[in-house]
Design a protein around this ligand. Structure first.
Ligand SMILES: C[S@@+](CC[C@H](N)C(=O)[O-])C[C@H]1O[C@@H](n2cnc3c(N)ncnc32)[C@H](O)[C@@H]1O
Length: 299
């Protein structure tokens, strides 16, 4: 895909599970049409969707079903070394750190990066998170290709931003900052990086329900499941709950599970201590059918 230029349009990137790229593109196109506009969406890499959004529709699209994570207002840069990629990213996102001799050239100063620079300067200590991403993560590879390089770029960016922005330094107190910023860098190849910087917005019910999610790189929460699961739905719900940090009040929360058989989601809610009304035409697993805190309704 084309690299971005100062003051040029900034594409949106979305990460998604491998093989879901075209389903996500359809979903984005439908959203754009419903909101009276057109976007141009394509997948430059497995697990990545790039969207040119000249009509400014996407900033309100917080929860595409098929996306793992959003990378709003992205820049795409290229350079050879870890250090120079990091500098290019910082320069493109925050208007500082370029090696160019003609830094004063007005045409090279990006308006958005200048604004973000000023806003990040006054952001609270500890409010900036940096996520170093590679496409293989979308495939849940245990050792994704280029991860080491991406991590090194993240370290370099952290070092550079710490010098200039209190937000990139450790918080002075135990208290959580009130604002959250997320800088994401996705290496598409050893020399090409997609990067996005955004102040996260609180969206949704959980403690971690921010858009984009600053806690879990790529929007992927890892959960360790040792117990036997009635269905793979169990893991999906656990990941969602972990991702957003939703904590229902045990014993006080009644959940209605529609289409509950064989009982993956019911098991998760039971594990969290909730009372469950489970509706299905088929019975749940025997252990759930015997559970006093599960009311099975055949329907
Ligand atoms: C994919 S399974 C659900 C998996 C389950 N949520 C879990 O966590 O293990 C879909 C279920 O919906 C039930 N279902 C679909 N349509 C239904 C209907 N009209 N009435 C009752 N149950 C229905 C099916 O019987 C099936 O068990």
């Amino acid at each position: 895909p084309p690299l971005t230029v100062p003051n040029g349009p900034r594409p949106f990137y979305f990460t998604c599970r491998h093989t879901y790229e075209h389903t996500l593109i359809d979903e984005i196109n439908r959203y754009a049409r419903r909101n009276g506009g057109e976007v141009h969406a394509m997948s430059p890499y497995p697990g990545l969707v790039r969207v040119e959004d000249n009509a400014g529709i996407l900033p309100t699209f917080y929860d595409p079903v098929y996306a793992l994570q959003s990378m709003p207002q992205s820049v795409v840069v290229t350079a050879e070394s870890i250090k120079s990629i990091s500098k290019q990213v910082i320069n493109a996102l925050l208007g500082v750190g370029s090696d160019d001799d003609d830094d004063d050239d007005e045409s090279k100063i990006d308006r958005i990066s200048q604004q973000e620079h000023d806003r990040l300067r006054s952001a609270e200590r500890g409010s900036l998170s940096i996520h170093c991403l590679v496409p293989g993560m979308c495939k849940a590879q245990t050792k994704p290709v280029m991860q080491h390089r991406s991590d090194k770029i993240g370290e370099e960016i952290a070092k550079m931003t710490k010098k200039m922005f209190p937000a990139a330094r450790k918080a002075a107190t135990e208290e959580d900052p009130n604002t959250r910023w997320l800088l994401q860098v996705m290496l598409q190849s050893p020399n090409i990086a997609v990067a996005s910087l955004v102040e996260c917005q609180k969206k949704g019910p959980g403690q971690n329900s921010y858009w984009p999610n600053y806690v879990h790189p790529l929007g992927l929460a890892k959960v360790d499941i040792v117990e036997k699961m009635p269905s793979s739905a169990y893991r999906k719900l656990m990941e969602g709950i972990e991702c957003m940090k939703i904590t229902p009040r045990p014993k006080l929360t009644t959940v209605v599970d529609l289409g509950a058989c064989p009982g993956g989601w019911t098991s998760v809610m039971r594990r969290l201590g909730c009372y469950v009304v489970a509706v299905d035409r088929s019975e749940l697993e025997p252990v759930l059918m015997r559970d006093d805190m599960v009311e099975f309704v055949k329907g």
